[in-house]
Ligand binder design. Structure first.
Ligand code: NAD
Ligand code: MG
Length: 401
């Protein structure tokens, strides 16, 4: 059995630490050749270096690098420092890059991994969503493997039939901590309440995104891009137990579901060895205790994020980048107490509408004008990303740009 060499980007986060947990229990299968992180948890990163002996560690700032050198002394491995350090790691020689960075910062590492020809285990859905066809067209068949639990479920269920036999994808959503509430009941919810996800323990941004359903909007676009299924053939269904991670409906009326208790180590392990399975990665469902799984439609009026994502995805081009960027800025504004919970998706709507409206004054500002798929470039995506961020920031500070 060959040892797979893994480069892990975003090692100190929720996905990063769970990836290292899978690796630590399969030392004969994997070697961690490099790690990257933003540097906010230096003690944890230093411990990871001691435990996994990577040859290189990438950090975006010299302050973070100095802190790691201080923590490790003479045991410090080679450091790669600077804003492009994760991207350089992604282009290094290895078997699989697992991109577990949060947000649009994951785009360049994703593109570098694909250009190098290495398998990309992708947790960073934002890079796929904002890069759109630029990312999918850079990927060879089978090169892009989803870590997101829903998309791992699709990949598994899609093995049950041919692509031309698929009628639709059913994307399950837990509904988040505010499932069942009316807009009125959401007006004054706090950051702490939004961070209390019922089923999953995740990073800050994805946890807030789960409470607004923006995460499901991003996942809708992710599924559309990964499996080339039309947006109108992807149905979102609320399944509060998070056991059925998603389903594929075939033309004959058969539906194939993937079920397991919520544990990201399962899709992480599968992405590291796809299409093979690792033994005993996570606990399976128990069938000895009475259990019920429930499904209900999504309340799109109270939670408009999925419909907004549909609009962004239908326009494609730079629109998904603006959807994501406006959301990232609005999440920061909410966490800093500048706006209320409902203002997150309201801000995304305003910024996306402005981008799609193609008004004259919008055209004079770099990144403001929508660019279609046919003219898309990384520069255009990044310009739209920074415009969307600035515009949302201005709205949440009630300034004009
Ligand atoms: P997190 O905030 O817990 O961790 C993010 C990691 O990225 C940290 O190690 C941080 O140091 C690092 N990082 C951030 N910016 C960086 C930069 N510019 N350069 C290098 N490293 C940087 O987030 P998370 O919950 O682990 O999520 C990571 C990604 O996986 C997100 O795209 C998220 O949507 C996706 N995802 C997460 C889960 C989950 O259960 N946590 C599930 C599905 C998908
Ligand atoms: Mg998911």
């Amino acid at each position: 059995m060959d040892v797979r060499e893994v480069v892990l980007l975003g090692s100190t986060g929720s996905i990063g630490t769970q990836t290292l947990d899978v690796v630590s229990r399969n030392r004969d299968r994997f070697a961690i050749t490099a790690l990257s992180a933003a540097g906010s948890r230096i003690d944890l990163l230093a411990q990871q270096v001691r435990d996994f002996s990577p040859k290189v560690v990438a950090l975006p700032t010299s302050e973070a690098a100095d802190a790691l050198r201080k923590a490790l002394g003479t045991d410090c491995p080679e450091l790669s420092v600077g804003p492009d350090a994760s991207t350089e790691l992604a282009a290094a020689d290895c078997d699989v890059v697992l991109n577990a960075i949060t947000g649009a910062a994951g785009l360049r590492p994703t593109m570098a991994t694909l250009a190098r020809g290495t398998t990309l285990a992708l947790a960073n859905k934002e890079s796929l969503v904002i890069g759109g066809r630029l990312v999918t067209s850079a990927a060879a068949p089978g090169q892009l493997v989803a870590v997101d639990s829903e998309h791992s479920a699709f990949a598994q269920a899609l093995r049950a039939g041919r692509a031309d036999e698929v009628r639709r994808l059913i994307l399950t959503a837990s509904g988040g901590p505010f499932r069942g509430r009316t807009a009125d009941q959401l007006r004054d919810v706090t950051v702490a309440q939004a961070l209390a996800h019922p089923n999953w323990s995740m990073g800050r941004v994805i946890t807030i995104n789960s409470s607004t359903l923006v995460n499901k909007g991003l996942e809708l676009l992710e599924a559309h891009l990964l499996y080339d299924v039309a947006l109108e053939d992807i149905t979102v269904v609320v399944h509060p137990q998070s056991i059925v991670h998603s389903m594929v409906e075939y033309v004959d009326g058969s539906t194939i579901a993937q079920a397991s208790p919520p544990d990201m180590r399962l899709p992480i392990g599968l992405a590291l060895t796809w299409p093979d399975r690792l033994p005993d990665v996570a606990a399976p469902c128990s069938w000895t205790d009475p259990t019920s799984w429930t499904f209900e439609p999504l309340d799109n009026e109270t939670f408009p994020a999925v419909d907004l994502a549909r609009a962004a995805g239908a326009a494609a081009g730079t629109a998904p980048a603006v959807y994501n960027a406006a959301n990232e800025a609005a999440v920061d504004a909410f966490c800093e107490g500048r706006i209320g919970f409902l203002d997150i998706t309201a801000t995304v709507r305003i910024v996306l509408d402005e981008h799609l409206a193609q008004t004259v004054d919008v055209k004079s500002t770099p990144g403001a004008a929508w660019i279609a798929d046919g003219d898309l470039s990384i520069q255009a995506v990044l310009a739209a990303d920074s415009w969307g961020r600035r515009r949302a920031e201005a709205i949440t500070r009630k300034e004009s740009e």
